[in-house]
Ligand binder design. Structure first.
Ligand SMILES: [Zn+2]
Length: 80
Protein backbone atom coordinates (compact mmCIF):
# COMPACT_ATOMS: atom_id res chain seq x y z
CA UNK A 1 0.00 0.00 0.00
CA UNK A 2 1.27 3.50 -0.85
CA UNK A 3 0.70 6.67 1.20
CA UNK A 4 -1.87 8.03 -1.28
CA UNK A 5 -3.82 4.75 -1.14
CA UNK A 6 -3.86 4.99 2.64
CA UNK A 7 -5.17 8.57 2.50
CA UNK A 8 -8.14 7.35 0.45
CA UNK A 9 -8.91 4.56 2.90
CA UNK A 10 -8.33 6.33 6.21
CA UNK A 11 -11.93 7.58 6.57
CA UNK A 12 -13.35 4.12 5.89
CA UNK A 13 -10.84 2.65 8.34
CA UNK A 14 -12.00 4.99 11.12
CA UNK A 15 -15.63 4.14 10.30
CA UNK A 16 -14.77 0.43 10.62
CA UNK A 17 -15.96 0.04 7.03
CA UNK A 18 -12.84 -1.54 5.55
CA UNK A 19 -12.69 -5.20 4.59
CA UNK A 20 -10.25 -7.35 6.52
CA UNK A 21 -7.59 -7.45 3.81
CA UNK A 22 -7.48 -3.67 3.28
CA UNK A 23 -7.44 -3.07 7.01
CA UNK A 24 -4.46 -5.43 7.44
CA UNK A 25 -2.55 -3.69 4.63
CA UNK A 26 -3.36 -0.31 6.15
CA UNK A 27 -2.17 -1.32 9.62
CA UNK A 28 1.06 -2.77 8.17
CA UNK A 29 1.68 0.50 6.32
CA UNK A 30 0.97 2.55 9.45
CA UNK A 31 3.49 0.46 11.35
CA UNK A 32 6.30 1.53 9.03
CA UNK A 33 5.20 5.06 8.10
CA UNK A 34 5.25 7.80 10.79
CA UNK A 35 3.73 10.45 8.49
CA UNK A 36 0.64 8.30 7.90
CA UNK A 37 0.33 7.64 11.65
CA UNK A 38 0.25 11.43 12.13
CA UNK A 39 -2.41 11.69 9.43
CA UNK A 40 -4.53 9.05 11.14
CA UNK A 41 -4.22 10.86 14.48
CA UNK A 42 -5.29 14.12 12.86
CA UNK A 43 -8.38 12.41 11.42
CA UNK A 44 -9.24 10.93 14.81
CA UNK A 45 -8.89 14.33 16.50
CA UNK A 46 -11.08 15.93 13.86
CA UNK A 47 -13.83 13.36 14.44
CA UNK A 48 -13.62 13.92 18.20
CA UNK A 49 -13.82 17.69 17.74
CA UNK A 50 -16.73 17.62 15.32
CA UNK A 51 -18.58 14.76 16.97
CA UNK A 52 -20.57 11.97 15.33
CA UNK A 53 -23.06 14.50 13.92
CA UNK A 54 -20.39 15.60 11.45
CA UNK A 55 -20.29 12.17 9.86
CA UNK A 56 -22.63 11.55 6.92
CA UNK A 57 -24.69 8.96 8.78
CA UNK A 58 -28.28 8.12 7.82
CA UNK A 59 -30.90 9.42 10.26
CA UNK A 60 -33.94 7.15 9.99
CA UNK A 61 -35.81 8.95 12.80
CA UNK A 62 -35.90 12.29 10.93
CA UNK A 63 -39.11 12.68 8.93
CA UNK A 64 -39.46 15.12 6.04
CA UNK A 65 -41.48 18.20 7.21
CA UNK A 66 -44.45 17.55 4.91
CA UNK A 67 -44.83 13.95 6.07
CA UNK A 68 -44.63 15.08 9.68
CA UNK A 69 -47.47 17.59 9.20
CA UNK A 70 -49.68 14.85 7.71
CA UNK A 71 -48.91 12.53 10.61
CA UNK A 72 -49.62 15.26 13.17
CA UNK A 73 -52.92 16.09 11.46
CA UNK A 74 -53.89 12.42 11.44
CA UNK A 75 -53.03 12.12 15.11
CA UNK A 76 -55.06 15.21 16.08
CA UNK A 77 -57.99 14.01 13.99
CA UNK A 78 -58.11 10.59 15.64
CA UNK A 79 -57.84 11.95 19.19
CA UNK A 80 -61.14 13.86 18.90
ZN1 LIG B 1 2.51 6.34 4.44
Amino acid sequence: MTCSELVELVTAYLDGALDERSETLLVIHLDGCPSCRTLLEQHQQLIQLLGPAALPAPRPTALPPARRTILLAAFRGSSR
